[in-house]
Design a protein around this ligand. Structure first.
Ligand code: NI
Length: 392
């Protein structure tokens, strides 16, 4: 049997060089021009059928196995974040205000390594590997745009795979949830309109600040009083803006925030309560409310059969690893959900933190960096999982 871990270890310098290059030259969502050029160059060097400019800056390549069989889609995200890096690493971002603070530089380098690993063993594969390099995962809708651009057609994948390096867990940890892996996310925006006036004459006003405060409080009863205690959900009000001066009651207050859920019925319940509470309390205080709810991503729900296969591959590859097959890895969201909603798959996590080396800052933090030993582990697991799914 192919030892993907040993082969990925041999390619470590290749993976690391790519990762550090992407890290030094980060690009925001839909602006991954340089990154996509390097991705296409590496895939073309393997002689793959490469398509560029998919959904803007996306790249898709097909790797044909030696025998016919199913199609496995493997996806990496390429975008960076609008953060100024503070790691002080020799390979730190050279673009002020832009940083790979989520590990997507690693994901892109890992999937290129997977392409190399599987290309060397293509004769043994029964089926096709569709390698998808996606733009704009960080809230800009890259995955949905790729689905619109037809990434799930010609050929249509039978199964989808994606991974995330995970700094909440140490190197050596692998997470393969059997069901829900990441939450679905909504964005809400609320405008509470009242009647402004003098701060010393509140009786002549309908105070939107008072109404908004009651709404913020009451929204916190949704999770605590309407959702079953054993189910998970989040309702967070993250911005509140209103007023200009200490003696003027304003006309309007604006709130925004996010809702996170796993189960569709929990989501429905929260959205229903959200509107009842917001409209009802606004009215109670003589104000009106406008609610705008936007679905950012569905939940990432792993297909149980696919997750069991990935977990079995992980146990074989890493007998020493702590493999976590519990549900609900994080209330964070992932737009891979748009592909997995249509084609069953598995989204797994590879622990990447190393406290001793000071590589354990959280995702999206200006000091975020991970232990690069996670790169060959992740590449080997992805390659071995794909090979397992394409076993003749
Ligand atoms: Ni990410």
């Amino acid at each position: 049997m192919t030892d993907y871990l040993a082969e990925a270890a041999v390619l470590f310098e290749y993976t690391q060089a790519l990762r550090r290059d992407f890290h030094m030259h980060p690009e925001l969502g839909f602006q991954e021009i340089r990154t996509a050029e390097i991705v296409a160059r590496e895939l073309n060097a393997l002689g793959l059928n490469v398509q560029t400019g998919v959904a803007g800056t996306g790249v898709v390549a097909l790797l044909e196995g030696g025998k016919p069989g199913p199609v496995v889609l493997a996806r990496a995200d390429m975008d960076a974040l609008p953060i100024t890096e503070e790691t002080g690493a020799p390979y730190a971002s050279q673009t002020p205000g832009v940083m790979h603070a989520c590990g997507h530089d690693g994901h892109t380098a890992i999937l290129l390594t997977v392409a190399k690993l599987l290309h060397a063993h293509r004769a043994e594969l029964a089926g096709t590997v569709k390698l998808v390099f996606q733009p704009a995962e960080e809230g800009l809708g890259g995955a949905a745009r790729m689905v619109e651009a037809g990434v799930l057609e010609n050929p249509r994948p039978d199964v989808t795979l994606a991974l995330h390096l995970w700094n909440d867990q140490p190197l050596g940890w692998i997470g393969v949830a059997r069901g829900a892996a990441m939450a679905g996310a909504e964005i809400f925006k609320v405008k509470v309109r009242g009647k402004g006036g003098h701060g010393a004459a509140p009786h002549q006003t309908h105070d939107p600040i008072l109404a908004a405060s009651q709404i913020v409080n009451a929204l916190q009863t949704i999770v605590s009083r309407n959702i079953a205690p054993l189910q998970s959900a989040v309702v967070s009000v993250c911005t509140i803006h209103g007023g200009e001066a200490f003696n003027i009651i304003p006309q309007q207050v604006e709130l925004s925030g996010t809702i996170r859920t796993f189960e569709p019925e929990v989501r429905e319940k929260i959205l229903e309560r959200f509107e009842i509470i917001t409209y009802g309390l606004a009215e109670t205080f003589g104000c009106t409310a406008e609610v705008e709810l936007t679905r950012l991503t569905p939940a990432v729900i792993n297909d149980a059969k696919t997750a069991a296969r990935v977990e079995a591959v992980a146990r074989r590859l890493f007998p020493e690893a702590s493999i976590d097959a519990s549900h609900n890895v994080t209330m964070g969201s992932e737009d891979m959900a748009f592909m997995m909603e249509q084609v069953p798959g598995c989204f797994f996590f590879v622990g990447s933190a190393n406290k001793e080396k000071n590589l354990d800052a959280a995702h999206h933090h200006p000091c975020f960096d991970f232990d690069e030993q996670a790169l060959p582990r992740a590449a080997a697991l992805m390659a071995a999982a794909i090979a397992d799914l394409l076993k003749a």
